[in-house]
Write a protein that binds this ligand. Structure first.
Ligand SMILES: Cc1ncc(COP(=O)(O)O)c(C=O)c1O
Length: 384
């Protein structure tokens, strides 16, 4: 990483890869056309758009017509939850999701509740896991949609999406998964998962920010989100972000090409870090010890404020995350950890280290070397 800084917050965002950048550059300059234009510049841009759609569809086990480009994960989550509720309100007004979802899902569900929908949020177990029998118990005759993420962004737990989806489908209920943290981190194929809808975002896998996609299984196309010139088959108007979409396709292709090696590398680094950190006094691993993202290590520390820990790590050149939401000066513990049963005191001392293939063993060794001293210092400061 540049300027001797160590970047271990890849769940927040990732640097754009050289391949992705190279794929984007022509569409800012010589191939700048509007894909809707009929002359050669437009046709070139249109071809880039449709080639990207085809590549992305092929890579995630979808048809071209099942891919709708978005600005990222937040938009995809908002779009599909609202669309399904509007489309199927005549069948029922109950939705099942979980307490560990990203705010893009949770805040949208709150808005839907204000519009008269009823939401059941499943409680995870202590490992952040949602089991199919928990879901089965919550399903009702008026349930129209289940939305459960593929991988949690705070603790890295991998959810059994295929089994959860099967439980919903047994009752003929539609299933959406937020795969923002999962795609390019674990093998993932929309068709074999069986899901009806899936959302993802390019900046989580070394593509650009502001590009993502919604997969909607044929024939379940979403209702129009933005009206205007009729782009994305009349469902999301506005001139397409051609460069970013080309960059997303290139990043996806590159990451999936190297997936097995990347998983092996990040898992080894993660496990080295976890093994060292859990030996420290008052340190605990959060999330499922086995079923977790290969590159994500998350902890809670007794008698430590996560935000202060992140600031101290930053002082040592390490960019990590506490997984706490900081709002108007007050630091609240992550609702995910609270839902998993962690009390306020422990949940406040959270640290998330999320790796990418760019991280090195030397960086992990450096974190392992610095962390004990930082924790000691923070606790000493607390004791006054
Ligand atoms: C699980 C999950 N869903 C959705 C999002 C939002 O994605 P985007 O930043 O592309 O809007 C994120 C981003 O952190 C995420 O982790």
């Amino acid at each position: 990483m540049g300027q001797n800084r160590i970047y271990v917050d890849n769940s927040a965002t990732t640097p754009v890869s050289r391949e992705s950048l190279a794929a984007m550059l022509p569409y800012f300059t010589e191939c700048f056309g509007n894909p809707s234009a009929v002359y050669s510049y437009g046709r070139e841009a249109k071809k880039a758009l449709e080639d990207s759609r085809q590549a992305i569809a092929g890579l995630i086990g979808a048809l071209n017509s099942e891919i709708f480009f978005t600005s990222g994960g937040t938009e995809g989550d908002n779009w599909i939850l609202q669309s399904v509720c509007e489309q199927y309100a005549h069948k029922g007004r109950h939705i099942v999701s979980s307490k560990i979802e990203h705010s893009a899902v949770l805040r949208t569900l709150e808005r839907l509740e204000r519009r008269g929908f009823e939401v059941t949020l499943l409680e995870p177990d202590r490992a952040g896991m949602i089991h199919p029998d928990m879901l089965e118990k919550a399903l009702r005759d008026d349930t129209i949609l289940v939305s459960i993420m593929a991988a949690n962004n705070v603790v890295g737990t991998l959810l059994p999406v295929k089994e959860l989806c099967a439980a919903a489908h047994k009752r003929k209920i539609l299933f959406h998964t937020d795969a923002v943290q999962a795609l390019c981190h674990i093998p993932l194929d929309a068709r074999s998962l069986g899901v009806d809808f899936l959302t993802f975002s390019a900046h989580k896998f070394h593509g650009p920010k502001g590009a993502g996609a919604l997969y909607a299984r044929v024939p379940l196309a979403p209702l129009p989100l933005i009206s205007g010139g009729g782009q994305e088959k009349n469902r999301r108007s506005g001139t397409e972000n051609v460069a970013a979409i080309a960059g997303m396709a290139a990043a996806l292709e590159e990451e999936l090409r190297g997936l097995a090696a990347n998983i092996e590398k990040t898992r080894a680094l993660r496990d080295k870090l976890i093994a060292a950190v859990v030996k420290l006094p008052g340190a605990f691993l959060t999330g499922d010890p086995e079923m977790r993202l290969p590159g994500l290590a998350s902890f809670v520390f007794e008698d430590v404020e996560g935000q202060e820990l992140v600031v101290k790590l930053d002082g040592e050149g390490v960019c990590a995350s506490s997984g706490s939401a900081c709002s108007s000066g007050s630091v609240e513990p992550s609702p995910v950890l609270s839902a998993m049963g962690y009390g306020n005191k422990l949940a406040r001392g959270a640290l998330r280290i999320s790796l990418s293939r760019y991280n090195t063993e030397a960086e992990i060794d450096y974190i392992i070397e610095k962390l004990p001293g930082i924790l000691e210092k923070l606790r000493a400061e607390r004791r006054g």
